[in-house]
Design a protein around this ligand. Structure first.
Ligand SMILES: [Zn+2]
Ligand SMILES: [Zn+2]
Length: 323
């Protein structure tokens, strides 16, 4: 079954039809405006540079947002790569919310469906959705990067994909409070800038850099995992999809760009398992484990790695948590 645009979008199990209507408004508010801010930021940087205060605030918000998505939304809540105490679980979920990629149950539901159907009909965001070849490739990359979310005619049914999160009062409360998290994502940097500088100008400046620009950058680097890391890059492990390793995506997403092993063993807490693959998110989980905040961490298993290895490069790290 194809959509009017020619993109295969079968009514697979666990999906519900999306009401049409406000998609364009969402696309403008959530994607186009931050992108314009990003472009304006480049111009501003070109002319006057960015002050150390705004840089520190924007960098702090970036680090919290990326770890929130990678360690919180993704490795903890989607894949259960480790277990942790309730305050840390809530803190990581709130941090993921600050990345403004939707309430946690929606994010997790779409991502679990992505794994189930990766790069096949039913995957919500495959860059192969339009086929191969120049034009299809470009359309597919744009679709996987961002367009899928705003043009999807079917959305993952949360009752099907995340019954565990719906049964958890904490995640239900976080979903309900998501608008507050969205506001905090802008008010926090603004407050920090205002207090630090003691001026309204400092608050506005931090709102721009630590709020809008950071938000746009976080979106595009994490979306690159769905687009770039399913189309380009190295593949050392056999998977049924096109997941791959892209070093610059991994660097910017704190390890998420080591996507090939992640699809080979989705519950593994470390994605960068080959030599030289720095995985900052795995390091953070290891730190949590060392101080007793995380337990039952699913570290890589050499047997599983050897079984999935497609090209003998001798570069797979041994088991153990040395990262
Ligand atoms: Zn993937
Ligand atoms: Zn995943």
């Amino acid at each position: 079954m194809s959509t009017p645009t020619g993109r295969p979008e079968p009514p697979v199990a666990g999906t519900v039809a999306v009401p049409t209507g406000r998609r364009t408004a969402y696309l403008i508010v959530l994607v186009v405006i931050p992108l314009v801010a990003l472009a304006a930021a480049v111009v501003a940087l070109w002319g006057w540079g960015i002050g150390p205060r705004d840089l520190v605030i924007a960098a702090a918000m970036y680090v919290v947002s990326i770890f929130g998505i990678s360690v919180g939304y993704h490795r903890l809540l989607t894949h259960r790569s480790f277990r942790c105490r309730r305050p840390l679980r809530i803190a990581l979920a709130v941090a993921g919310g600050l990345a403004l990629q939707g309430p946690v149950t929606l994010w997790v539901a779409e991502h679990r469906r992505h794994h189930k159907y990766a790069d096949r009909p039913g995957d919500p965001h495959s860059p192969w959705a339009y086929g191969e070849g120049g034009r299809a490739l470009l359309r597919g990359l744009l679709h996987a990067h961002v367009v899928w979310f705003y043009t999807a005619r079917r959305r993952s049914d949360r009752r099907h994909w995340v019954p565990d999160l719906l049964a958890d009062p904490d995640t239900r409360r976080l979903d309900a409070l998501y608008p507050v998290t969205m506001a905090a994502s802008f008010l926090l940097p603004a407050a920090a800038g205002g207090l630090w500088s003691g001026s309204w100008a400092g608050a506005w400046s931090a709102l721009f850099w630590g709020g809008l620009v950071r938000y746009a950058v976080v979106h595009h680097v994490t979306w690159s995992v769905n687009s770039v890391a399913h189309r380009f890059g190295d593949r050392a492990f056999d998977t049924r999809d096109h997941s791959s390793d892209v070093w610059w995506v991994a660097l910017l997403t704190f390890g998420e760009g080591w996507h090939n092993w992640h699809h080979a063993d989705p519950t593994c807490a470390r994605h960068g398992v080959r030599k030289g693959q720095l995985d900052a998110s795995a390091r953070l989980i290891r730190m949590f484990e060392r101080v007793g905040w995380a337990h039952d961490v699913r570290w890589p298993d050499t047997g599983r790695m050897a079984a999935r290895r497609s090209r003998a490069d001798g570069g797979v790290k041994p088991r153990g948590a040395e990262l």
